[in-house]
Ligand binder design. Structure first.
Ligand code: DOR
Length: 425
C-alpha cells in the first residue's frame, strides 16, 4: 500500500483540541506520524497549504436504495457521492426492497460495499419485520450480521409498547433505536402546516406530529434506560423536549439535516417538489431553534438524510416522493453557517465526524492520531463549484441546490490510507 505525505495542511482535530499547520505521513493504512517537517522519499505528496485537514465525515443517515431501487442510487454510486462529500463511513437506511430485516440482506450490503471499496457502509436494520410496525425484528441476528442500529425510517414506529420493548432489547445488545418521529395520523399530508399549505390548500404534516412522537420516545428512553436517536429533527418544540429529557439524564441523541438548518417552508415556492422532504421544511422560528440547539449541544450531530429519487418521482408536489440528495452538498451547506458565524469550523467537524462516530461507538474514525486508521478529508473552504451534470455523482438530482453556486469543496478523501476521492476540476 502506497505512502501519502500531506504537507502543511491546517489540521483540525476537535477531540485532541488540535488546530495547527502540520504534516501527516500515512503508511499501511494508518497515520504513521504527525509533525512539522516530515520527509518521506517514496510517498505521494499532497501539498495542502490553505486546506483544512480533518477526520473524515461519518454519515448516520443515508438512503442508498440498494437492494431494489438501483435506478435511484446503488451502493457504488452512493459510495462515490459519499467520498466526494468527505464521508468514509455511511449508515444506510433499511427502507430498501426487500427491507434490511434479514441477516442475508444486511450481509449483501456489507459485502457489495466492500467490493466497491470506496468507503465503509454500515446497514441499519429495520425496527419491525417488513417495516410494517407490527412485530419487532430479530435484533440479535441483525446485529450479528453487521447492523449498527435499528429504524423503520421513512415511517415512524407508532406502537408505544413495541417501542418500549425495542429500547430494552437494543440496550441489552449494546445497540440503539433510531426513530423517524412523525405521528402518521397527524402527518398524512405533504408539507408543513403553515404559510405554504394555506396558500396552496395542500394537506399538511404539522410540527405537532413530530413533537408528540419525540416526547413519547424521550419518555420511553428515560423510563427504560434505552438509547433513542431522534432522526432529522425539524421542530422547535421537539428541540425543547429533547433538551428537557437530556437534562434529566435520558440516553437521547439526535441529528439535524443541513436542509432544515438552511431552508424554511418558503423554499417550496422556489424549488417546488425538490424542496419536499419528510419531516417537512418548517418555519423560520423552527430553523432558528435548530441553530440555537446546534450551538448549545442539544443537537448532537448533522446527518444528510441523502434521499435520492428519479425525476418522474419528483413531479407534482402532492404526488412527489419526499427527500433530497445531500451527501455532496452537506459540507458547503455547513460551511455557510460557519461563515455566518453560527458555529466554528471546529464545531462543524465535531458535528459531522466526532459526534456520529461517538454515537456509533466507532473508535477508528472521528479523530486523527498517530497509530490510528487514516480516514481523512482535505477540503478548500473557499472553492466555488456547482452541483450539476459532471460534478454530481448520484444517480439522482433531487435537490434545491442543483445548479447553484456552492462554496467549499472536498479535494481529497482518504479511506484507511487509500486516496478514494480526488477533485479533478
Ligand atoms: O424525505 C424523506 N425521504 N424522509 C424520509 O424519512 C424517508 C426518505 C426517503 O426514503 O426517501
Amino acid at each position: 500500500m502506497s505512502k501519502i505525505l500531506i504537507r502543511k495542511g491546517r489540521l483540525i482535530d476537535p477531540l485532541q483540541g488540535l488546530d495547527a499547520e502540520k504534516d501527516i505521513l500515512i503508511e499501511k493504512g494508518k497515520i504513521k506520524a504527525i509533525g512539522d517537517e516530515l520527509f518521506e522519499l517514496e510517498a505521494q505528496i499532497i501539498e495542502a497549504k490553505g486546506l483544512i485537514v480533518c477526520p473524515a465525515f461519518v454519515e448516520l443517515h443515508a438512503h442508498l436504495r440498494d437492494p431494489g431501487q438501483e435506478y435511484k442510487e446503488d451502493l457504488e454510486s452512493g459510495s462515490r457521492c459519499a467520498v466526494a462529500g468527505g464521508y468514509t463511513t455511511v449508515v444506510c437506511m433499511p427502507n430498501t426492497s426487500p427491507p434490511i430485516d434479514s441477516p442475508e440482506t444486511a450481509k449483501y450490503i456489507i459485502h457489495k460495499a466492500e467490493k466497491v471499496g470506496l468507503c465503509r457502509v454500515l446497514p441499519a436494520g429495520t425496527l419491525t419485520k417488513g417495516r410494517k410496525g407490527h412485530e419487532l425484528s430479530d435484533f440479535y441476528a441483525l446485529k450479528q450480521a453487521g447492523c449498527v442500529a435499528f429504524t423503520d425510517d421513512g415511517s415512524p414506529l407508532m406502537d408505544s409498547k413495541l417501542m418500549e420493548k425495542a429500547l430494552e432489547l437494543t440496550a441489552q445488545l449494546g445497540s440503539f433505536v433510531m426513530n423517524h418521529c412523525e405521528d402518521d395520523r397527524l402527518a398524512y399530508g405533504h408539507i408543513n402546516d403553515g404559510y405554504v399549505s394555506s396558500l396552496t390548500g395542500l394537506a399538511s404534516r404539522p410540527a405537532s406530529a413530530e413533537d408528540l412522537l419525540v416526547a413519547r420516545d424521550c419518555v420511553l428512553a428515560y423510563r427504560t434506560g434505552g438509547h433513542i436517536h431522534i432522526q432529522h429533527l425539524s421542530s422547535s418544540l421537539s428541540v425543547d423536549i429533547i433538551r428537557f429529557f437530556k437534562e434529566k439524564g435520558a440516553r437521547i441523541t439526535c441529528e439535524v439535516n443541513p436542509y432544515h438548518l438552511l431552508f424554511t417552508e418558503e423554499e417550496l415556492l422556489r424549488s417546488y417538489s425538490r424542496a419536499k422532504v419528510n419531516p417537512p421544511l418548517r418555519k423560520e422560528e423552527d430553523r432558528k431553534a435548530l441553530l440555537e440547539a446546534l450551538k448549545d449541544g442539544t443537537i448532537d450531530c448533522v446527518a444528510t438524510d441523502h434521499a435520492p429519487h428519479a425525476p418522474h418521482e419528483k413531479g407534482l408536489l402532492e404526488r412527489a416522493m419526499p427527500g433530497m440528495i445531500g451527501l455532496q452538498t452537506a459540507l458547503p451547506m455547513m460551511l455557510s453557517l460557519v461563515r455566518e458565524g453560527f458555529i466554528s469550523l471546529k464545531k462543524m467537524i465535531e458535528l459531522m465526524s466526532c459526534a456520529p462516530s461517538r454515537i456509533l461507538r466507532l473508535e477508528d474514525c472521528g479523530n486523527i492520531k498517530e497509530g490510528s486508521k487514516a480516514n481523512l478529508v482535505l477540503f478548500d473552504p473557499d472553492k466555488e463549484w456547482m452541483l450539476e451534470e459532471g460534478t454530481n455523482l448520484s444517480k439522482s438530482k433531487n435537490t434545491p441546490l442543483w445548479g447553484k453556486v456552492l462554496k467549499g469543496k472536498v479535494l481529497y478523501t482518504i479511506f484507511e490510507g487509500r486516496m478514494v476521492y480526488r477533485d479533478v476540476q
